[in-house]
Design a binder for this molecule. Structure first.
Ligand code: ASP
Length: 588
C-alpha cells in the first residue's frame, strides 16, 4: 500500500493516527535539530517533521531530499505547536518514523509554487510540472466539474451524448480546415471537424431528438489569447423547437452552471435579448460587455455640417461616449487615450474630447470649429453632467468607427474599474443578419453558417435584398465574450439549395460539397435548431483567467506549436511515400 491518506485530508481530529503518505517534496527547511518537509500531492500539502535527536540516520536521509523527490513516509499525526491557519492541514504535522524514496528528481526548471518563477515558454515546455502547481490544477478541476454539471443538466433534460467522427470531409465555408492525408485513398484527404454541425443535423434527421457532445473542434486560424487551433465545444441540437425553446433551455443551463460550479446566483429574470442591430448601435459590438453602461450616442445630427470641422463634415458616423467624472483627466491621460485609438490595432484617425466644466460650459478640442451652443446641445444629447468627459470617434466607414468607439468604451471601462471579474452580465444577441459582405471573397458569406434559417418573414427577400435578410441566429454573451452561439436550421432541401445559390455556389458544387445534407433533408427532416458553447471560454471566465490556455491541460502557443511535444514536426520520408506526398521547398 502506497498510502493510507492523502496530503490534503488530515485534521486535528486525526491526532495520534499512524498514517502512510506519498507525494512530492515541495520544500524542506532545517531548523536546529529538526527538519520540516512540505509534502504535496493533488489534494494538498502536509508538513512532515524529522527529529535528529530521535533518529539521526532518518533525519540525515531527509536532509538529502531535493525538491520534487517522490517519497513515501510512515508517521504519526501530531498537533502542531505553531499552527498555520492559511492551510487546511495547518493544525497538524506528521512525526515521521519511516522514509522511502520512490523516485529522485532533478532540480526543476522553475519552482512549483503558486507564484512560480517560470516564464510562459518554460512552463509550457514542462507543462507536467506546471500542472503540479495548485492554481493550474484548480483550473483543470473546475473544468472537470463544469463538464460533469453540463452532462448532469443535459441528461436530465433528455439529451443523449453521441460521438461524431474526427476524420470527416473538408468543407469550403467557415475557417481553414486542418487536413489529414489518407493512405488508403491516395491523393485524398480527410479534414478535422471545425464543429460537428452537419453531423448533428443528420442526427436530428435520424430522430435522436436531443443530442449533445463535449467535443474537440479544429480550426486552422491565426491565434489570439482566446483562440486555440483545437478547442472544446459543448455542442447541442434539438428537434421540434423554435428559437424561444432553445434560448429558454440554455438560459436554464447557464443559471444552473453558475450556481453549481461558480456559486453565483444569476437570479430569476430572463436574460436580455438584444437585437444585433441595436447591439451595434448602442455598443458597436455583437458581444457587448454589459457590466457597465457608457452607451454610444450618435452625434451626426448635431456635429455634421454645423461647424468648420472637415473630419466631422466628411464622416459617415460620429459617436460619443460619456465617461462620468473624468473631466479632470490630465493632458497626459487624454494623450494616452488618443494614442490608444490611433494604434494600428484600433486604427482611428484621432480622438475628439469635451470636458463639462463645473459651471456647465463645455471645453473641447474642437472649440474653434463649433459655437458654444452647438457644443452645449451635444453635451445635452449625451446626458453629460459637470465633471464628465465626452470622447468622440468619427470616420468615413460607420462599422469601422463604431468598432473603434467600442474599443475605447472597453478601455475606459477597464480604466474606471467597471469590468469586475467577479461580476457577470449575460445576454442573448438575436436577429443577426443572414449574410455579411466579404471584401476578400467579393461575395456574401454566411454570418453564422450556411445551414442557418432565415427568419420566415424574410425568405421572400432572399432574391431581392439578401443583404437585409435576418436570420434565426443567436449568441450568448457574457462580459463581452461570445460564450455560445447557434441558430434554427434550414430543414428544407429547396431552401438550403437557395442559400447556397445566394452564397455563390453553382448547383453542381453545392451538390458536390453538401449533397449528403440536402439529400438527407429529402427523407423527412424535422424542424431543428441548436447551439454550441465554447467550453474553454466558459471555464476561463469562471476561473477569472486572462487566457483560455490556462484551463487547457496541454495548450498550443501562439504559433500553434506544442512546445512540450515539439509538434508539429517533420515526418519520415517513408511516411510521406506511403501517402504519395512530396514536400515543396519553403523559406519559412
Ligand atoms: N456549429 C456552430 C459553431 O461551431 C454552432 C451551432 O450553430 O450550433 O459555431
Amino acid at each position: 500500500m502506497y498510502r493510507s491518506r492523502t496530503c490534503g485530508e488530515l485534521r486535528l481530529e486525526h491526532a495520534g493516527e499512524e498514517v502512510t503518505l506519498a507525494g512530492w517534496v515541495q520544500r524542506s527547511r532545517k531548523m536546529g535539530g529538526m527538519t520540516f518537509i512540505d509534502l504535496r500531492d493533488r489534494y494538498g500539502i502536509t508538513q512532515l517533521v524529522f527529529d535528529e535527536s530521535s533518529d539521526a540516520e532518518l533525519c540525515g536521509r531527509a536532509n538529502k531530499l531535493g525538491r520534487e523527490f517522490v517519497i513515501q513516509i510512515v508517521g504519526t499525526v501530531n498537533e502542531r505547536y505553531a499552527k498555520n491557519d492559511k492551510m487546511p492541514t495547518g493544525e497538524i504535522e506528521i512525526i515521521v518514523k519511516k522514509l522511502n524514496i520512490l523516485n529522485a528528481s532533478e532540480v526543476p526548471p522553475f519552482t512549483i509554487e503558486e507564484d512560480t518563477d517560470g516564464g510562459d515558454d518554460l512552463r509550457m515546455k514542462y507543462r507536467y510540472l506546471d500542472i503540479r502547481r495548485a492554481n493550474v490544477r484548480a483550473n483543470l478541476e473546475l473544468r472537470h466539474k463544469f463538464c460533469l454539471a453540463v452532462r448532469h443538466y443535459l441528461d436530465e433534460k433528455g439529451f443523449m451524448e453521441i460521438e461524431t467522427p474526427v476524420l470527416v470531409g473538408s468543407t469550403p465555408e467557415g475557417a481553414r480546415d486542418f487536413i489529414v492525408p489518407s493512405r488508403m485513398n491516395p491523393g485524398q484527404f480527410y479534414a478535422l471537424p471545425q464543429s460537428p454541425q452537419t453531423l448533428k443535423q443528420l442526427l436530428m434527421v435520424a430522430g435522436t431528438d436531443r443530442y449533445f457532445q463535449i467535443v474537440k473542434c479544429f480550426r486552422d486560424e491565426d491565434l489570439r489569447a482566446d483562440r486555440q487551433p483545437e478547442f472544446t465545444q459543448i455542442d447541442c441540437e434539438m428537434s421540434f423547437v423554435e428559437q424561444d425553446d432553445i434560448l429558454k433551455l440554455f438560459e436554464g443551463m447557464t443559471k444552473y452552471l453558475f450556481k453549481e460550479v461558480r456559486g453565483y446566483d444569476l437570479g430569476e429574470a430572463p436574460f436580455l435579448r438584444l437585437p444585433w442591430s441595436e447591439a451595434m448601435r448602442r455598443f458597436g459590438s455583437d458581444k457587448p460587455d454589459m457590466r457597465f453602461g457608457m452607451e454610444f450616442v450618435e452625434l451626426m445630427d448635431i456635429l455634421k455640417g454645423t461647424g468648420d470641422f472637415a473630419v466631422f463634415n466628411d464622416a459617415a458616423y460620429i459617436g460619443g461616449i460619456c465617461a462620468e467624472g473624468c473631466a479632470s483627466y490630465t493632458r497626459k491621460q487624454i494623450d494616452q487615450l488618443t494614442d490608444f485609438v490611433k494604434s494600428p490595432q484600433i486604427g482611428a484617425k484621432g480622438l475628439v474630447y469635451a470636458r463639462i466644466q463645473e459651471d456647465g460650459t463645455v471645453k473641447s478640442s474642437v472649440d474653434k470649429f463649433y459655437s458654444p451652443e452647438t457644443l452645449t446641445a451635444m453635451a445635452e444629447k449625451m446626458n453629460a453632467k459637470p465633471g464628465d468627459l465626452i470622447l468622440i470617434i468619427s470616420g468615413p466607414d460607420m462599422m469601422k468607427a463604431r468598432k473603434q468607439l467600442c474599443e475605447l468604451r472597453l478601455e475606459m471601462g477597464q480604466r474606471l474599474g467597471l469590468r469586475d471579474k467577479n461580476k457577470f452580465a449575460l445576454l442573448w444577441v438575436v436577429d443577426f443578419p443572414m449574410f455579411e459582405w466579404s471584401e476578400e471573397e467579393g461575395r456574401l458569406m454566411a454570418m453564422h453558417h450556411p445551414f442557418t434559417s432565415p427568419k420566415p418573414s424574410d425568405i421572400a427577400k432572399l432574391d431581392t435584398d439578401p443583404a437585409n435578410v435576418l436570420a434565426d441566429a443567436y449568441d450568448m454573451v457574457c462580459n463581452g465574450i461570445e460564450v455560445g452561439g447557434g441558430s434554427i436550421r434550414i430543414h428544407d432541401a429547396v431552401l438550403q439549395a437557395k442559400i447556397f445559390n445566394v452564397l455563390g455556389f453553382t448547383p453542381e458544387r453545392a451538390q458536390e460539397q453538401f449533397g449528403f445534407l440536402m439529400n438527407a433533408f429529402k427523407y423527412g427532416a424535422p424542424p431543428h435548431g441548436g447551439l454550441a458553447y465554447g467550453l474553454d471560454r466558459w471555464v476561463s471566465l469562471f476561473a477569472g483567467l486572462d487566457s483560455i490556455r490556462d484551463c487547457i491541460a496541454f495548450p498550443k502557443n501562439n504559433s500553434g506549436r506544442d512546445v512540450m511535444l515539439d509538434a508539429p514536426s517533420c515526418v519520415d520520408p517513408k511516411q510521406l511515400d506511403e501517402l504519395y506526398l512530396d514536400i515543396k521547398p519553403t523559406d519559412k
